[in-house]
Design a protein around this ligand. Sequence first.
Ligand SMILES: [Zn+2]
Length: 131
Amino acid sequence: MLKIFNHWHGCRVVGTLVHSLWTCPEVTALWDGVRDTLSKVLNINVPLDPATCLLGIEPQGINCKSAQNIVTLACLATKSLILMNWKVSKANCFDMYNWLDEFLNLRSMEETASLLVYRDGDGNGLRAIIR
Ligand SMILES: [Zn+2]
C-alpha cells in the first residue's frame, strides 16, 4: 500500500513518494537539469524515465558501460538530494550546484570504496581482509 505524505516546499499536494521524487513541480526542473547536463557531458541523448531514475534500472539506449554508470550515479545523487531536503525549506536546495556537490560526494565515496575493495595485493577483497 502506498503511503500518503503531506508534501513540502509549498506545492501543497498530498501525494505519494513517487510525487515527492518524480512528479512534484519542485523536482521536475531538477530532473530536467540533470538530463540536460548528462546529455551535454556525455554527448548523447540521455532519456530519463522513472524506471531508470527511481528504480535504478539500467538506462535504455546507452551502450557504453561507463556512461551507464554515470547516469546511474547521477540519478542516485538526485534522489539523495531530494530526500535529504524534502522536509526543509531552503532556497535553491534543488539547484544544479547542489546537485553537482551531491554527485561529486557520491563519486568520491565510490572511489574510496573501490580502493578498500582492491587493497589486498594477493587479490583478496575486503571481505577476506577483515575476517
Ligand atoms: Zn509536491
